[in-house]
Ligand binder design. Structure first.
Ligand code: SAH
Ligand code: DHB
Ligand code: MG
Length: 232
């Protein structure tokens, strides 16, 4: 074999190792049950894009919900309810998930998927643009966990609302904060500008301790996690 072929083979093996590790972590810690699988099947049948979080990200949301004793969770961007099912199942007894979705067709599918997954009793899907709905949530605050995963340009505004609607000890998670590195470079478009600004703000806000973690799409995208610190 030429040196080139040997090197290529090594890269291929390393990629397979990473893939196998992710599959093993998923099988061990984050297997999907029928409710989660049905949400994905319905989403596909209805022609929705396959842009939901991964099972590992779903399990990380559950871990974070347990860490902040989540009774009240707010999600911005529901799609087909896949992340919502992970979140709803992480609630303590009597807890509630409110999820905001601008597309009525998506919202309809979310309600069906929540029913099939057995979480309708603790979830509420609100239809509208998040920036219109968020001001109405002040009377229902504080939320223990906020998950931001809707349109990208207003991420900094979603952060402002998340800070207003949480308490010390709450956790604010945002998806798609890495974007193949674009989340940290001077913005090329409006969506990236929102994410670049979001990362800068959570990294520098003295009220937060924050970290972006590469964990999705072959370690090219992932969550940014911010914990609202106790004062003093
Ligand atoms: N959290 C989902 C994926 C969300 S995809 C999951 O992991 O399963 C993004 C969703 O945000 C889409 O359903 C889109 O319709 C919705 N969305 C886009 N802009 C929005 C806005 N301004 N307000 C509320 N929802 C919005
Ligand atoms: C897109 C949106 C997401 O929330 C995501 O996780 C992946 C892709 C998108 O709009 O392309
Ligand atoms: Mg996303």
């Amino acid at each position: 074999m030429t040196d080139y072929q040997t090197e290529w083979e090594r890269y291929r093996q390393e990629a397979k190792t990473r893939y196998d590790i992710e599959a093993a972590i998923t099988a061990t810690f984050a297997p999907e049950d029928a409710g989660l699988q049905a949400a994905l099947t319905t989403a596909q049948q209805e022609g929705l894009p396959s842009i939901q979080i991964s099972p590992i990200q779903g399990k990380l949301l559950q871990l974070l919900a347990a860490a902040c004793n989540a009774h009240k969770i707010l999600e911005i961007g529901s799609l087909a309810g896949y992340s919502g099912i992970w979140l709803a199942r992480s609630l303590l007894a009597g807890g509630r998930l409110i999820t905001l979705e601008v597309d009525p067709h998506h919202a309809d599918i979310v309600r069906q998927s929540f029913a099939r997954a057995g979480v309708s009793d603790r979830t509420e899907v609100r239809i509208g643009s998040a920036l219109d709905l968020l001001p109405q949530l002040e009377s229902e605050a504080p939320f223990d966990l906020v998950f931001i995963d809707a349109d990208k340009p207003p991420y900094p505004q979603y952060l402002e609302w998340a800070l207003r609607l949480t308490r010390p000890g709450s956790i604010i998670v945002a998806d798609n904060c890495i974007r193949g590195g674009k989340g940290f470079r001077p913005a090329e478009d409006e969506g990236n500008a929102g994410i670049v600004e979001y990362n800068k703000r959570i990294a520098n806000d003295p009220r937060l301790v924050s970290l972006a973690l590469a964990m999705d799409d072959e370690y090219t995208d992932g969550f940014a996690i911010a914990v609202v610190k106790q004062q003093g």
